[in-house]
Ligand binder design. Sequence first.
Ligand SMILES: Cc1cc2nc3c(=O)[nH]c(=O)nc-3n(C[C@H](O)[C@H](O)[C@H](O)COP(=O)(O)O)c2cc1C
Length: 194
Amino acid sequence: MEAAAPVKETNHTRILGIVGSPRRGGNTEILVDEILAGAAEAGADIEKIILNELNILPCQACDACKDGGECVQEDDMSELLEQMERCRIWVLGTPVYWWGPSAQLKVFIDRWYGANQALFKGRTIIVTIPMGSGNEKTAQHIVGMLNDIAGYLGMNIAATVLVPSVHRIGAVRKHARVMAKANQVGKQAVDGAS
Ligand SMILES: Cc1cc2nc3c(=O)[nH]c(=O)nc-3n(C[C@H](O)[C@H](O)[C@H](O)COP(=O)(O)O)c2cc1C
């Protein structure tokens, strides 16, 4: 992970966009950006990371983290967990890949196993999922997985923005209503948090 710019200390709600697509400027990133833009308009400080550009290794199930130690992986995850800690709201974005999330998002979530579970309790998340199919049911496994994880960890899913019929890069920009909804969802999450 490159050295990050120093974080400006403010009392504003901080929101972190987590992009699970490897395609820069793709539909997932556009949706996450629009949710962040709405949040910024409501006065939040925004941050964004691209999972594909971080070095996040898969969980090895060694259970060192459960045996009183720390995760044995030496990668960008510990710095990312610190960034997550200081952001009250997280935006999780993933495209549908084979009826599931992207590998990048799944590897990242598997690593929550080794994190301090107190990090998640009471956290607000917003989910956004673009997909090529015309039927938003295509995202049902991801939605179900995230709902179950949120219930288990005590997180609150404030909104889920599903976007069918977007395949080509940037296609979501043509869906004005979806873009307006994404912006609104970002605003409302911040208004609800403050
Ligand atoms: C490896 C791969 C698998 C995909 N699998 C599905 C799928 O199962 N269902 C679907 O509706 N779209 C599928 N898609 C299409 C993407 O969900 C769609 O293009 C999405 O808008 C991509 O988001 P992005 O622009 O952020 O990368 C797949 C795309 C890729 C590259």
